[in-house]
Design a protein around this ligand. Sequence first.
Ligand SMILES: O=P(O)(O)O[C@H]1O[C@H](CO)[C@@H](O)[C@H]1O
Ligand SMILES: O=c1cc[nH]c(=O)[nH]1
Length: 236
Amino acid sequence: MSVHISAKKGDIAPTVLLPGDPLRAQYIAEHFLEGAQQHNTVRGMLGFTGTYQGQRVSVQGTGMGIPSAMIYISELIEFYGCQTLIRVGSCGSYQPQVKIRDLVLAQAACTDSNINNLRFGPANFAPIADFDLLLRAYRAAQESGFTAHVGNILSSDTFYTDDPAEYQRWARFGVLAVEMEAAGLYTLAAKHGVRALGVMTVSDHLVTKEETTAEERQTSFGQMVEVALAAALAAD
Ligand SMILES: O=P(O)(O)O[C@H]1O[C@H](CO)[C@@H](O)[C@H]1O
Ligand SMILES: O=c1cc[nH]c(=O)[nH]1
């Protein structure tokens, strides 16, 4: 086992879906995977491995925020040898055309986190998605008739901000939406030479103030998982 995951080497598939919420990991295992076995309960950060259309897939909760997510992602890559990591999360829309329940495929992820300032000093590193995964996810969404927006997002260190209009600075530069982990995922994928993508569902809207209900989130959430699985397995 690694420090935060109790699975044995080999128990986790090379392809892993990464929801922030560990109970979403359980939901995905129960509704999308066949023969899913729980591989982690340490700190309640549930992880499961099963098959999807005959191919092994794992799903591992990451917790909220870049620091928590980077712990799990580091261990998945360095200890378990995972090669394809796809975040499946919720996000808040910054743009009127990115509507509630739409999908956002994060081509790149800005961040207000200090992770890359620590590495690169005054220069900036641009965390980006794996192009192949991104293309396959977009095509999968199109083929299924799901509305998916491709572009830049913000991975923020804060969920609650002092200034509710702060998002407009990012929105003016075309940033589509905010979440809290993708920049950490993309940075670690670049460091280790593995593939990563963030597929998000818009759960709330900073412009219109709309929010999804729990039931709605479950329905659109299914689209996000379908797209992530199609992209991951088509690329294998
Ligand atoms: O729905 P998840 O995957 O947790 O993602 C989003 O939701 C959490 C905030 O509520 C943050 O983790 C953010 O990135
Ligand atoms: O991080 C997040 C996730 C969903 N919605 C937000 O506004 N922020």
